[in-house]
Design a protein around this ligand. Structure first.
Ligand code: PTJ
Length: 254
């Protein structure tokens, strides 16, 4: 299916990303409920003005510092992430000299394969975990398929980037002693509230910013990175996001 919306259409970008999801659905990358999840994200994106706001920039900086301090960070990729920003997810993992891991809520061997191959096509040298049959470790206390992870990846990682999911995996990963960074346009989601760092922004905007920040902070000393992480307060950032939304709504001129 071709994307034929003129570039000067006022909703061009939004329609383009919807198209990527539609194509992902046709290819078996995305599940139908992934379209619903995206719709929820879009609604919150409208509320934050479809721009990366200061609360997201602060979270991006802290996330980059935490990923750089980590001994073994992993970038988790679900169907929506693989449809919207596959190249950017791979680029971030490459910048961190680590792997991406396919992790699916609606897990089938076929989807594991399709997403694995899509990521491999982007960079054949990239270490991609969570391929067909690889997710054999079960996160304690997590009954959903999202609880199945690769023993070489998320199971062993000390920092995990878990974008676009509203569920209980973040809590369980934290129970295992890991640090969790999430990307979620909804500041009220479970993942947003339970993560160590929540980037309240559209993944299509903030993932490239995160990679850029990692590149910049690579030259910083360990002490500076630790200070950035220690000075970060996720609850404060979520409150800033909520305050921004409520003030924007109260001051909206129609
Ligand atoms: O590919 P699978 O099988 O792992 O399934 C993936 C989905 C996305 C279907 C599954 O994880 C799911 O149902 O997601 P949730 O629980 O609805 O959570 C998705 C969260 O991501 C919601 O809180 C949305 O607000 C948020 N979101 C959606 N699109 C974006 C987003 N956040 C940032 N950027 C987006 N583009």
């Amino acid at each position: 299916m071709e994307f034929e919306v003129p570039k000067n259409h006022p909703r061009y970008h939004s329609l383009y990303y919807r198209h990527l999801l539609e194509r992902g659905l046709e290819e078996g990358v995305v599940v139908k409920t992934g379209l619903i999840a995206h719709g929820r994200g879009e609604a919150f994106d409208y509320l934050i003005g479809e721009r990366t706001q200061s609360f997201a920039r602060k979270a991006v900086e802290a996330a980059a510092a935490l990923l750089l301090i980590a001994d073994y960070p992993i970038v988790s990729v679900n169907g929506n992430v693989a449809a919207l920003v596959p190249g950017e997810a791979v680029a971030l993992a490459k910048e961190l000299d680590t792997a991406v891991e396919v992790n699916l809520f609606y897990r089938t061997t076929e989807r594991e394969r399709v997403i694995y191959e899509k990521l491999k096509e982007i960079d054949s040298g990239m270490r991609i975990l969570g391929g067909p049959g690889d997710a054999t470790y079960k996160i304690p206390g997590l009954e959903s398929n999202r609880g199945l992870v690769d023993p070489r990846g998320i199971a062993r990682a000390d920092v995990v980037l878990v974008p676009l999911e509203d569920g209980d995996r973040t809590e369980k990963l934290r129970d295992m002693g890991k640090n969790v960074i999430t990307i979620d346009l909804n500041p009220l989601s479970r993942s947003a509230r339970f993560a160590d760092i929540t980037i309240v922004d559209n993944i299509v905007r903030c993932l490239p910013l995160l990679t850029k920040k990692v590149r910049q902070l690579k030259h910083a000393g360990e002490e500076e990175l630790v200070e950035i992480v220690n000075n970060y307060d996720n609850k404060k950032i979520l409150k800033e996001a909520l305050r921004f939304i409520s003030e924007r709504l109260s001051n909206m001129e129609l």
